[in-house]
Design a protein around this ligand. Sequence first.
Ligand code: NDP
Ligand code: GDR
Length: 378
Amino acid sequence: SSQHLDVPATFSPLLSIKLPSPEEYRKRKVALISGITGQDGSYLTEFLLDKGYEVHGVIRRSSSFNTSRLQHLYADQHERPNKFKLHYGDLSDSTNLVYIIAQVQPTEIYNLGAQSHVKVSFEMAEYTGDVDGLGTLRLLDAIRTCGLEKHVRFYQASTSELYGKVVETPQSETTSFYPRSPYGVAKLYAYWITVNYREAYGMYACNGILFNHESPRRGRTFVTRKISRAAADISLGKQQCLYLGNLDARRDWGHARDYVEGMWKMLQQEAPEDFVLATGETHPVREFVEKAFGVLGIQIRWQGSGIKEEGINVQNGKVIVKVDTGYFRPAEVELLLGDPTKAERLLGWKRKVDFDSLVKEMVEADLQAAKSLVEDQN
Ligand code: NDP
Ligand code: GDR
Protein backbone atom coordinates (compact mmCIF):
# COMPACT_ATOMS: atom_id res chain seq x y z
CA SER A 1 0.00 0.00 0.00
CA SER A 2 1.03 3.64 -0.36
CA GLN A 3 1.11 3.83 3.40
CA HIS A 4 3.74 1.12 3.39
CA LEU A 5 5.83 2.95 0.80
CA ASP A 6 5.64 6.13 2.88
CA VAL A 7 7.42 4.56 5.81
CA PRO A 8 10.34 6.86 6.60
CA ALA A 9 13.88 5.48 6.58
CA THR A 10 14.16 5.84 10.33
CA PHE A 11 11.10 3.72 11.02
CA SER A 12 11.89 0.24 12.22
CA PRO A 13 9.10 -2.08 11.10
CA LEU A 14 10.10 -4.77 13.54
CA LEU A 15 10.47 -2.65 16.63
CA SER A 16 7.34 -0.68 15.69
CA ILE A 17 8.86 2.47 17.03
CA LYS A 18 10.21 5.61 15.47
CA LEU A 19 13.90 5.36 16.14
CA PRO A 20 15.85 8.30 17.48
CA SER A 21 18.76 9.59 15.39
CA PRO A 22 21.86 7.35 15.46
CA GLU A 23 23.64 9.91 17.69
CA GLU A 24 20.75 9.99 20.15
CA TYR A 25 20.37 6.19 20.04
CA ARG A 26 24.06 5.65 20.86
CA LYS A 27 23.82 7.66 24.06
CA ARG A 28 22.73 4.42 25.67
CA LYS A 29 25.57 1.96 26.03
CA VAL A 30 24.15 -1.48 25.30
CA ALA A 31 26.34 -4.28 23.97
CA LEU A 32 25.25 -7.62 22.55
CA ILE A 33 27.92 -10.34 22.38
CA SER A 34 27.67 -13.60 20.48
CA GLY A 35 30.15 -16.13 21.87
CA ILE A 36 29.89 -14.58 25.33
CA THR A 37 30.67 -17.91 27.04
CA GLY A 38 34.03 -18.21 25.25
CA GLN A 39 37.46 -16.92 26.24
CA ASP A 40 37.13 -13.50 24.57
CA GLY A 41 33.45 -13.13 25.45
CA SER A 42 34.20 -13.33 29.16
CA TYR A 43 37.03 -10.76 29.05
CA LEU A 44 34.99 -8.43 26.84
CA THR A 45 32.02 -8.64 29.20
CA GLU A 46 34.21 -7.64 32.14
CA PHE A 47 35.70 -4.79 30.15
CA LEU A 48 32.34 -3.41 28.99
CA LEU A 49 30.66 -3.72 32.40
CA ASP A 50 33.55 -1.71 33.84
CA LYS A 51 32.92 0.93 31.17
CA GLY A 52 29.30 1.20 32.33
CA TYR A 53 27.70 -0.81 29.52
CA GLU A 54 24.64 -2.97 29.86
CA VAL A 55 25.86 -6.30 28.46
CA HIS A 56 23.72 -8.95 26.78
CA GLY A 57 25.01 -12.26 25.53
CA VAL A 58 23.85 -15.08 23.26
CA ILE A 59 24.23 -18.42 24.99
CA ARG A 60 23.68 -21.88 23.52
CA ARG A 61 21.49 -24.33 25.32
CA SER A 62 23.70 -27.18 26.49
CA SER A 63 23.08 -30.27 28.54
CA SER A 64 26.26 -29.53 30.43
CA PHE A 65 27.35 -26.39 32.26
CA ASN A 66 28.78 -23.83 29.81
CA THR A 67 28.95 -20.57 31.75
CA SER A 68 31.99 -21.25 33.93
CA ARG A 69 33.92 -18.31 32.43
CA LEU A 70 31.08 -15.95 33.41
CA GLN A 71 30.40 -17.32 36.87
CA HIS A 72 32.14 -14.49 38.72
CA LEU A 73 30.03 -11.91 36.86
CA TYR A 74 26.82 -13.51 38.05
CA ALA A 75 28.11 -13.22 41.57
CA ASP A 76 28.48 -9.47 40.95
CA GLN A 77 24.84 -9.11 39.98
CA HIS A 78 23.72 -7.60 43.25
CA GLU A 79 26.04 -4.66 42.72
CA ARG A 80 25.01 -4.14 39.10
CA PRO A 81 21.34 -5.06 38.77
CA ASN A 82 19.98 -5.31 35.20
CA LYS A 83 23.42 -4.77 33.70
CA PHE A 84 24.12 -8.31 32.50
CA LYS A 85 21.71 -10.69 30.79
CA LEU A 86 22.00 -13.90 28.77
CA HIS A 87 19.63 -14.94 25.96
CA TYR A 88 19.32 -18.41 24.49
CA GLY A 89 20.28 -18.39 20.83
CA ASP A 90 22.44 -19.71 18.05
CA LEU A 91 24.12 -18.25 14.98
CA SER A 92 22.35 -20.86 12.87
CA ASP A 93 18.92 -19.52 13.85
CA SER A 94 17.96 -16.29 12.03
CA THR A 95 14.58 -15.76 13.66
CA ASN A 96 16.11 -16.07 17.06
CA LEU A 97 18.80 -13.48 16.22
CA VAL A 98 16.19 -11.02 14.95
CA TYR A 99 14.17 -11.53 18.11
CA ILE A 100 17.15 -10.97 20.42
CA ILE A 101 18.23 -7.80 18.60
CA ALA A 102 14.68 -6.43 18.60
CA GLN A 103 14.41 -7.10 22.31
CA VAL A 104 17.83 -5.80 23.36
CA GLN A 105 18.13 -2.88 20.90
CA PRO A 106 21.92 -2.92 21.22
CA THR A 107 24.18 -0.02 20.30
CA GLU A 108 27.15 -2.32 19.68
CA ILE A 109 27.26 -5.95 18.55
CA TYR A 110 30.39 -8.08 18.92
CA ASN A 111 30.22 -11.24 16.81
CA LEU A 112 32.59 -13.56 18.66
CA GLY A 113 30.52 -16.74 18.28
CA ALA A 114 32.17 -19.42 16.19
CA GLN A 115 33.28 -23.01 15.90
CA SER A 116 36.75 -21.68 16.56
CA HIS A 117 38.95 -24.78 16.47
CA VAL A 118 40.98 -25.02 13.25
CA LYS A 119 41.65 -28.78 13.45
CA VAL A 120 38.00 -29.54 14.27
CA SER A 121 36.94 -27.51 11.21
CA PHE A 122 38.45 -30.19 8.95
CA GLU A 123 36.11 -32.72 10.57
CA MET A 124 33.08 -30.40 10.71
CA ALA A 125 33.64 -28.31 7.61
CA GLU A 126 29.99 -27.70 6.68
CA TYR A 127 28.94 -26.82 10.22
CA THR A 128 31.92 -24.47 10.55
CA GLY A 129 30.98 -22.80 7.26
CA ASP A 130 27.41 -22.41 8.43
CA VAL A 131 28.15 -20.90 11.83
CA ASP A 132 31.36 -18.95 11.16
CA GLY A 133 30.52 -17.84 7.62
CA LEU A 134 26.74 -17.69 7.18
CA GLY A 135 26.24 -16.99 10.89
CA THR A 136 27.88 -13.60 10.34
CA LEU A 137 25.53 -12.88 7.44
CA ARG A 138 22.54 -13.87 9.58
CA LEU A 139 23.56 -11.45 12.30
CA LEU A 140 24.14 -8.59 9.83
CA ASP A 141 20.78 -9.27 8.18
CA ALA A 142 19.06 -9.44 11.57
CA ILE A 143 20.35 -5.91 12.24
CA ARG A 144 18.87 -4.74 8.93
CA THR A 145 15.59 -6.57 9.54
CA CYS A 146 15.27 -4.59 12.76
CA GLY A 147 15.94 -1.36 10.85
CA LEU A 148 19.04 -0.72 12.95
CA GLU A 149 21.73 -0.72 10.24
CA LYS A 150 22.49 2.97 10.76
CA HIS A 151 22.28 2.71 14.55
CA VAL A 152 24.26 -0.36 15.58
CA ARG A 153 28.03 -0.68 15.39
CA PHE A 154 29.22 -4.18 14.46
CA TYR A 155 32.48 -5.96 15.29
CA GLN A 156 33.46 -9.11 13.38
CA ALA A 157 35.98 -11.50 14.97
CA SER A 158 38.23 -11.96 11.98
CA THR A 159 41.46 -13.85 12.28
CA SER A 160 45.08 -14.22 11.25
CA GLU A 161 44.00 -17.63 9.89
CA LEU A 162 42.85 -15.62 6.85
CA TYR A 163 46.53 -15.21 5.91
CA GLY A 164 47.19 -18.96 6.05
CA LYS A 165 49.96 -19.76 3.63
CA VAL A 166 52.75 -17.23 3.89
CA VAL A 167 52.56 -14.56 1.19
CA GLU A 168 54.55 -11.93 3.11
CA THR A 169 55.63 -11.16 6.68
CA PRO A 170 54.83 -9.35 8.80
CA GLN A 171 51.16 -9.65 7.89
CA SER A 172 49.15 -6.43 7.85
CA GLU A 173 45.74 -5.11 6.73
CA THR A 174 47.04 -5.03 3.13
CA THR A 175 48.47 -8.57 2.99
CA SER A 176 46.44 -10.82 0.71
CA PHE A 177 44.57 -13.80 2.14
CA TYR A 178 45.23 -17.51 1.52
CA PRO A 179 43.26 -19.50 4.13
CA ARG A 180 44.36 -23.09 4.81
CA SER A 181 41.38 -24.65 6.61
CA PRO A 182 37.58 -24.80 6.40
CA TYR A 183 37.67 -22.48 9.43
CA GLY A 184 39.85 -19.96 7.58
CA VAL A 185 37.68 -20.15 4.48
CA ALA A 186 34.48 -19.65 6.51
CA LYS A 187 36.06 -16.64 8.22
CA LEU A 188 37.03 -15.29 4.80
CA TYR A 189 33.34 -15.20 3.85
CA ALA A 190 32.57 -13.47 7.15
CA TYR A 191 35.33 -10.92 6.55
CA TRP A 192 34.06 -9.98 3.11
CA ILE A 193 30.36 -9.93 3.99
CA THR A 194 31.23 -7.49 6.77
CA VAL A 195 33.12 -5.27 4.30
CA ASN A 196 30.29 -5.65 1.79
CA TYR A 197 27.54 -4.60 4.21
CA ARG A 198 29.64 -1.63 5.28
CA GLU A 199 29.96 -0.53 1.65
CA ALA A 200 26.46 -1.49 0.49
CA TYR A 201 24.38 -0.22 3.41
CA GLY A 202 26.67 2.29 5.09
CA MET A 203 26.86 0.18 8.23
CA TYR A 204 29.47 0.88 10.87
CA ALA A 205 31.01 -2.59 10.61
CA CYS A 206 34.64 -3.49 11.37
CA ASN A 207 36.86 -6.52 11.06
CA GLY A 208 39.37 -7.03 13.82
CA ILE A 209 42.01 -9.29 12.28
CA LEU A 210 43.29 -10.75 15.51
CA PHE A 211 46.38 -12.89 15.84
CA ASN A 212 46.37 -15.70 18.43
CA HIS A 213 45.54 -14.54 21.93
CA GLU A 214 45.54 -16.74 24.97
CA SER A 215 44.93 -16.65 28.72
CA PRO A 216 44.20 -18.98 31.63
CA ARG A 217 40.63 -19.05 30.22
CA ARG A 218 41.76 -20.42 26.84
CA GLY A 219 39.90 -23.56 25.70
CA ARG A 220 41.78 -26.65 26.84
CA THR A 221 42.37 -28.13 23.38
CA PHE A 222 44.22 -25.11 21.95
CA VAL A 223 47.94 -25.70 22.01
CA THR A 224 48.99 -23.12 24.64
CA ARG A 225 46.47 -24.24 27.22
CA LYS A 226 47.09 -27.89 26.47
CA ILE A 227 50.78 -27.26 27.20
CA SER A 228 50.25 -25.15 30.35
CA ARG A 229 47.90 -27.75 31.83
CA ALA A 230 50.18 -30.65 30.98
CA ALA A 231 53.23 -28.87 32.41
CA ALA A 232 51.36 -28.32 35.70
CA ASP A 233 50.06 -31.90 35.82
CA ILE A 234 53.42 -33.47 34.90
CA SER A 235 55.20 -31.40 37.57
CA LEU A 236 52.75 -32.78 40.14
CA GLY A 237 53.10 -36.36 38.88
CA LYS A 238 49.47 -36.43 37.71
CA GLN A 239 50.40 -36.97 34.04
CA GLN A 240 53.39 -38.71 32.46
CA CYS A 241 53.69 -37.28 28.98
CA LEU A 242 52.37 -34.49 26.75
CA TYR A 243 51.48 -35.50 23.16
CA LEU A 244 51.62 -32.74 20.54
CA GLY A 245 51.47 -32.29 16.76
CA ASN A 246 53.59 -29.81 14.80
CA LEU A 247 56.24 -28.41 17.16
CA ASP A 248 57.67 -26.05 14.55
CA ALA A 249 54.54 -24.00 13.74
CA ARG A 250 55.12 -20.37 14.72
CA ARG A 251 52.50 -18.07 16.17
CA ASP A 252 52.18 -14.43 17.23
CA TRP A 253 50.75 -14.95 20.74
CA GLY A 254 49.26 -12.17 22.87
CA HIS A 255 46.98 -11.96 25.93
CA ALA A 256 43.18 -12.02 25.39
CA ARG A 257 42.58 -9.23 27.92
CA ASP A 258 44.66 -6.81 25.82
CA TYR A 259 42.86 -7.81 22.62
CA VAL A 260 39.27 -7.25 23.81
CA GLU A 261 40.18 -3.63 24.56
CA GLY A 262 41.24 -3.30 20.92
CA MET A 263 37.86 -4.68 19.79
CA TRP A 264 36.05 -1.97 21.73
CA LYS A 265 38.38 0.75 20.43
CA MET A 266 37.57 -0.23 16.84
CA LEU A 267 33.92 0.61 17.48
CA GLN A 268 34.66 4.06 18.97
CA GLN A 269 36.19 5.67 15.85
CA GLU A 270 34.70 8.28 13.52
CA ALA A 271 34.52 5.84 10.63
CA PRO A 272 34.60 2.03 10.47
CA GLU A 273 37.86 0.39 9.39
CA ASP A 274 39.58 -2.99 9.66
CA PHE A 275 42.53 -3.45 12.00
CA VAL A 276 45.19 -6.06 12.77
CA LEU A 277 45.86 -6.72 16.47
CA ALA A 278 49.12 -8.56 17.08
CA THR A 279 52.29 -8.42 19.17
CA GLY A 280 54.75 -8.23 16.27
CA GLU A 281 56.69 -11.25 17.63
CA THR A 282 56.55 -14.88 16.59
CA HIS A 283 57.52 -18.00 18.56
CA PRO A 284 57.46 -21.72 17.71
CA VAL A 285 55.24 -24.15 19.63
CA ARG A 286 58.48 -25.80 20.80
CA GLU A 287 59.51 -22.59 22.59
CA PHE A 288 56.14 -22.37 24.34
CA VAL A 289 56.76 -25.91 25.63
CA GLU A 290 60.29 -25.08 26.86
CA LYS A 291 59.16 -21.88 28.59
CA ALA A 292 56.10 -23.51 30.19
CA PHE A 293 58.14 -26.31 31.77
CA GLY A 294 60.80 -23.70 32.60
CA VAL A 295 58.30 -21.82 34.80
CA LEU A 296 58.14 -25.00 36.94
CA GLY A 297 61.92 -25.45 37.02
CA ILE A 298 61.88 -28.32 34.51
CA GLN A 299 64.45 -28.10 31.72
CA ILE A 300 63.82 -29.90 28.42
CA ARG A 301 66.32 -31.47 26.05
CA TRP A 302 65.08 -32.47 22.57
CA GLN A 303 66.23 -35.71 20.97
CA GLY A 304 65.38 -37.44 17.69
CA SER A 305 63.73 -35.67 14.79
CA GLY A 306 60.47 -35.42 12.85
CA ILE A 307 57.70 -37.62 14.18
CA LYS A 308 60.24 -39.44 16.39
CA GLU A 309 61.26 -36.29 18.25
CA GLU A 310 60.95 -36.38 22.04
CA GLY A 311 61.35 -33.92 24.87
CA ILE A 312 63.38 -35.25 27.82
CA ASN A 313 63.27 -33.90 31.36
CA VAL A 314 66.97 -33.08 31.88
CA GLN A 315 66.69 -33.54 35.67
CA ASN A 316 65.36 -37.11 35.68
CA GLY A 317 65.80 -38.36 32.07
CA LYS A 318 62.08 -39.11 31.60
CA VAL A 319 60.35 -38.54 28.26
CA ILE A 320 57.75 -35.85 28.92
CA VAL A 321 56.89 -34.69 25.38
CA LYS A 322 56.14 -36.86 22.34
CA VAL A 323 54.86 -36.21 18.85
CA ASP A 324 51.47 -37.70 17.93
CA THR A 325 50.73 -37.36 14.22
CA GLY A 326 47.01 -37.46 15.03
CA TYR A 327 47.37 -33.78 15.93
CA PHE A 328 48.79 -32.81 12.51
CA ARG A 329 46.43 -30.90 10.25
CA PRO A 330 45.66 -31.81 6.62
CA ALA A 331 46.98 -28.34 5.69
CA GLU A 332 48.99 -26.27 8.16
CA VAL A 333 49.59 -22.57 8.78
CA GLU A 334 53.33 -22.59 9.43
CA LEU A 335 54.06 -18.99 10.32
CA LEU A 336 52.05 -16.07 11.65
CA LEU A 337 53.62 -12.72 12.46
CA GLY A 338 51.42 -9.63 12.63
CA ASP A 339 52.12 -5.97 12.08
CA PRO A 340 49.98 -3.95 14.54
CA THR A 341 51.23 -0.52 13.35
CA LYS A 342 47.83 0.71 12.11
CA ALA A 343 46.08 -0.12 15.41
CA GLU A 344 48.91 1.45 17.38
CA ARG A 345 48.78 4.63 15.32
CA LEU A 346 45.01 5.12 14.91
CA LEU A 347 43.57 3.39 17.97
CA GLY A 348 46.40 4.04 20.40
CA TRP A 349 46.28 0.28 21.11
CA LYS A 350 49.30 -1.70 22.22
CA ARG A 351 49.62 -5.11 23.78
CA LYS A 352 50.72 -4.95 27.40
CA VAL A 353 51.49 -8.58 28.21
CA ASP A 354 54.64 -10.05 26.64
CA PHE A 355 55.26 -13.68 25.70
CA ASP A 356 57.14 -14.75 28.85
CA SER A 357 54.53 -13.18 31.16
CA LEU A 358 51.72 -14.86 29.22
CA VAL A 359 53.31 -18.31 29.55
CA LYS A 360 53.99 -17.73 33.24
CA GLU A 361 50.44 -16.57 34.00
CA MET A 362 48.92 -19.58 32.22
CA VAL A 363 51.19 -22.16 33.85
CA GLU A 364 50.78 -20.68 37.33
CA ALA A 365 46.99 -20.61 36.97
CA ASP A 366 46.93 -24.26 35.89
CA LEU A 367 49.30 -25.26 38.68
CA GLN A 368 47.07 -23.54 41.21
CA ALA A 369 43.96 -25.24 39.79
CA ALA A 370 45.65 -28.67 39.72
CA LYS A 371 46.82 -28.27 43.32
CA SER A 372 43.35 -27.32 44.57
CA LEU A 373 41.93 -30.33 42.77
CA VAL A 374 44.44 -32.58 44.56
CA GLU A 375 43.52 -30.96 47.90
CA ASP A 376 39.78 -31.41 47.18
CA GLN A 377 40.36 -35.10 46.46
CA ASN A 378 42.25 -35.61 49.73
P1 NDP B 1 35.99 -19.80 21.99
O1 NDP B 1 36.02 -21.06 21.23
O2 NDP B 1 36.55 -19.74 23.37
O3 NDP B 1 34.48 -19.26 22.07
C1 NDP B 1 33.60 -19.40 21.00
C2 NDP B 1 32.22 -18.96 21.43
O4 NDP B 1 31.31 -19.14 20.34
C3 NDP B 1 31.64 -19.75 22.61
O5 NDP B 1 30.90 -18.88 23.41
C4 NDP B 1 30.72 -20.74 21.90
O6 NDP B 1 29.67 -21.20 22.72
C5 NDP B 1 30.18 -19.84 20.80
N1 NDP B 1 29.54 -20.58 19.70
C6 NDP B 1 30.00 -21.68 19.08
N2 NDP B 1 29.13 -22.09 18.15
C7 NDP B 1 28.08 -21.23 18.20
C8 NDP B 1 26.84 -21.15 17.51
N3 NDP B 1 26.49 -22.05 16.60
N4 NDP B 1 26.02 -20.14 17.81
C9 NDP B 1 26.35 -19.23 18.77
N5 NDP B 1 27.49 -19.27 19.46
C10 NDP B 1 28.36 -20.27 19.18
O7 NDP B 1 36.71 -18.69 21.07
P2 NDP B 1 37.56 -17.38 21.49
O8 NDP B 1 36.89 -16.69 22.60
O9 NDP B 1 38.98 -17.76 21.58
O10 NDP B 1 37.43 -16.52 20.15
C11 NDP B 1 36.34 -15.61 19.95
C12 NDP B 1 36.16 -15.36 18.46
O11 NDP B 1 37.36 -14.79 17.92
C13 NDP B 1 35.88 -16.60 17.62
O12 NDP B 1 35.03 -16.20 16.57
C14 NDP B 1 37.24 -16.97 17.06
O13 NDP B 1 37.09 -17.69 15.85
C15 NDP B 1 37.85 -15.61 16.86
N6 NDP B 1 39.28 -15.52 16.96
C16 NDP B 1 39.95 -16.01 18.05
C17 NDP B 1 41.31 -15.84 18.19
C18 NDP B 1 42.04 -16.37 19.36
O14 NDP B 1 43.28 -16.47 19.27
N7 NDP B 1 41.40 -16.66 20.48
C19 NDP B 1 42.08 -15.11 17.15
C20 NDP B 1 41.28 -14.58 16.08
C21 NDP B 1 39.93 -14.78 15.99
P3 NDP B 1 29.88 -22.50 23.71
O15 NDP B 1 30.62 -21.97 24.92
O16 NDP B 1 28.51 -22.92 24.00
O17 NDP B 1 30.70 -23.50 22.95
P1 GDR C 1 45.32 -22.02 15.85
O1 GDR C 1 45.49 -22.45 17.38
O2 GDR C 1 45.12 -23.17 14.95
O3 GDR C 1 46.45 -21.07 15.55
O4 GDR C 1 43.92 -21.22 15.91
P2 GDR C 1 45.95 -23.83 18.06
O5 GDR C 1 46.38 -23.46 19.43
O6 GDR C 1 44.92 -24.88 17.91
O7 GDR C 1 47.23 -24.26 17.17
C1 GDR C 1 48.40 -23.47 17.09
C2 GDR C 1 49.50 -24.26 16.40
O8 GDR C 1 49.93 -25.30 17.26
C3 GDR C 1 50.06 -26.48 16.51
N1 GDR C 1 49.93 -27.66 17.40
C4 GDR C 1 48.82 -28.03 18.06
N2 GDR C 1 47.59 -27.43 18.14
C5 GDR C 1 46.66 -28.04 18.94
N3 GDR C 1 45.46 -27.46 19.06
N4 GDR C 1 46.92 -29.19 19.61
C6 GDR C 1 48.13 -29.82 19.55
O9 GDR C 1 48.34 -30.85 20.16
C7 GDR C 1 49.13 -29.19 18.74
N5 GDR C 1 50.43 -29.50 18.47
C8 GDR C 1 50.89 -28.55 17.66
C9 GDR C 1 48.96 -26.40 15.47
O10 GDR C 1 49.23 -27.30 14.39
C10 GDR C 1 49.07 -24.93 15.09
O11 GDR C 1 50.04 -24.74 14.12
C11 GDR C 1 43.63 -20.32 16.96
C12 GDR C 1 42.11 -20.33 17.19
O12 GDR C 1 41.83 -19.58 18.34
C13 GDR C 1 41.39 -19.71 16.00
O13 GDR C 1 40.01 -19.57 16.32
C14 GDR C 1 41.99 -18.34 15.73
O14 GDR C 1 41.35 -17.76 14.62
C15 GDR C 1 43.48 -18.46 15.50
O15 GDR C 1 44.07 -19.03 16.65
C16 GDR C 1 44.13 -17.10 15.26
